[in-house]
Design a binder for this molecule. Structure first.
Ligand code: NAD
Ligand code: UGA
Length: 477
């Protein structure tokens, strides 16, 4: 692979979501000589990316606003015009959604590849010259083959047909929401899976504009696709492991924070991903685990499938045990109780609510008749309303049994509340003055900290009863 000239001038990314948006913004920032265009079928999303009010961008990520502000309409473009962007592109990234199938073969487990497939068909139709296709979406092993077969129906793949040729590479994304820009600027590694040396070298040279060469791993396509699923499975497994131990800490008098610290100091275990919580959320861990379980069963590996399935079952159990514990604390009756929920995003520093543990925990409380008031610094009322059948009600109505309301005002959330539940670890919640805010609450008042972010001393002088994940009931009056 010597002396290959870098020939990429135009990049198109299909899918302007949580991966496409931040990833292309970082490429545009680091490659001023390359034109980067994001295309999406969703016109509203594209309008939001082009909104002059940068607070209205469809994705909230620390640092993203600055990159968009700096590069938009210079070498970073957002459009619904797929045809033109694809036909001009040297590289097309596919960053579309790959959710779990909800019907048909593999329903409830396999990933739905219809958006990947339709992207490949669009590329096949509009591409011109030689185009490198990069799978950025997380896909089941051997999806590249599906893409190749669609493309090959429109021409030869990288085999000298002079009008249209393609190379297909896998380069899965490992960014985490909330730290996406940092992760993209300084990744632990990037993978390039493929066979075509020219295409691999072009993509590698693109990454080398800001990523050291020793962090770029070249693998075969299937290893690259499977590494992505494996990484997410390992991360999710760590969370279910620590959550399982949080449940064991609570009745035994151990403290999960002390246990995490003790085991994390072992360099073979390491300190990351050892925070107990209300269960993992986000659009990917469950979906990718389900996909891996499906693949394992497909290859007749029932024990492997069962092993990974436990990670999901434990996660579901963690969410349920927390809502049950809250309801039982009120002797089984939360109707006519006002419960303030702090945080609805699946983690802090994102506006993403997909698979957020808050959804099922709040739903359980509503089904039991609680009056729930929700606050989140970045998630809108409209976004939250997608998850609940129960109608939300206005601020003036004080009787809202079994229904929910949104507020951006913490004083309103605390006023007359019987309990506060912390569900997302937003920094804002670290600064709550519990002694002052507790005066607004109805007695006896409760704090359930499912993220373990409140230090016990912060409650001094407050009279709030306190439960913390992995420690249990710390203070009861
Ligand atoms: P997303 O839903 O935020 O964005 C996907 C976008 O693709 C949507 O805006 C959708 O309208 C668009 N789209 C779908 N089909 C299209 C088509 N044919 N033409 C044009 N646009 C189309 O999804 P996401 O969170 O960005 O995830 C994308 C992929 O990346 C998934 O496979 C996911 O597993 C993977 N991934 C996600 C993350 C993450 O943190 N969200 C991290 C790593 C990998
Ligand atoms: C995760 C992976 O971390 C990324 O590497 C991967 O690219 C991405 O999935 C993906 O494929 O979509 P993300 O879901 O954005 O990223 O966020 P994480 O930081 O992994 O958190 C996932 C969930 O686990 C959140 O609900 C979070 O609160 C929870 N979590 C995380 C814990 O409960 N405890 C921890 O110690 C860490």
């Amino acid at each position: 692979m010597n002396n290959i000239t870098f020939l990429i001038k135009k990049i198109c990314c299909i899918g302007a979501g949580y991966v496409g948006g931040p990833t292309m913004s970082v490429i545009a920032e680091n490659c001023p000589d390359i034109n980067v265009t994001l295309v999406d079928l969703d016109e509203k999303k594209i309008n939001d990316w082009n909104n002059s009010d940068l607070n209205k961008l469809p994705v909230y990520e620390p640092g993203l606003k600055n990159l968009v502000e700096k590069n938009r309409n210079i070498n970073l473009f957002f459009t619904t015009n797929l045809n033109q962007s694809i036909s001009e592109a040297d590289i097309v990234f596919i960053s579309v959604n790959t959710p779990t199938k909800t019907n048909g073969l593999g329903s409830g487990y396999a990933s739905d590849l219809k958006w990947v497939e339709s992207s490949a068909r669009t590329v096949a139709k509009y591409a011109s010259g030689h185009t490198i296709i990069v799978e950025k979406s997380t896909v089941p092993v051997r999806t590249a083959e599906l893409i190749k077969s669609i493309l090959s129906s429109s021409c030869n793949i990288s085999e000298g047909n002079n009008s249209k040729t393609f190379s297909v590479l896998s380069s899965p994304e490992f960014l985490a929401e909330g730290t996406a820009i940092k992760d993209l600027e300084n990744p632990d590694r990037v993978l390039i899976g493929g066979e075509d040396e020219y295409a691999i070298e072009q993509l590698s040279l693109l990454y080398q504009k800001w990523i050291p060469k020793n962090k770029i791993f070249i693998t075969n396509v299937w290893s690259s696709e499977l590494s992505k699923l494996t990484a997410n499975a390992f991360l999710a497994q760590r969370i279910s492991s620590i959550n399982a131990m949080s449940a064991l800490c609570e009745p035994t008098g151990a403290d999960i924070k002390e246990v995490s610290r003790a085991i994390g100091a072992d360099s073979r275990i390491g300190t990351k991903f050892l925070n107990a919580g209300p269960g993992f959320g986000g659009s990917c861990f469950q979906k990718d685990l389900l996909n891996m379980i499906y693949l394992s069963r497909f290859y007749g590996l029932e024990e492997v499938a069962n092993y990974w399935e436990q990670v999901i079952l434990l996660n579901e159990w963690q969410k349920k045990r927390i809502s049950k514990l809250i309801i039982e604390t009120f002797y089984g009756t939360v109707s006519l109780k006002k419960i303030g929920v702090l945080g609805f995003a699946f983690k802090s520093n994102t506006n993403d609510t997909r698979e957020s543990p808050s959804i099922s925990i709040v739903n359980e409380l509503l089904e039991n008749g609680a009056s729930v008031v929700i606050h989140d610094p970045k998630v809108s009322e409209k976004q939250i309303s997608k998850f609940f059948d129960n109608e939300k009600i206005g601020q003036s109505n004080s009787n809202f049994e079994g229904r929910w309301r949104y507020t951006s005002d913490l004083n309103l959330l605390f006023k007359d509340a019987d309990a506060i539940i912390i569900l997302t670890e937003w920094e804002d919640y670290l600064h709550i003055k519990w002694k002052i805010m507790s005066k607004l609450m109805r007695k006896p008042s409760w704090l359930f900290d499912t993220r373990g972010i409140v230090e016990e001393e912060k409650l001094n002088g407050s009279n709030i009863n306190f439960w913390r994940v992995g420690k249990g009931f710390i203070k009861t009056t």
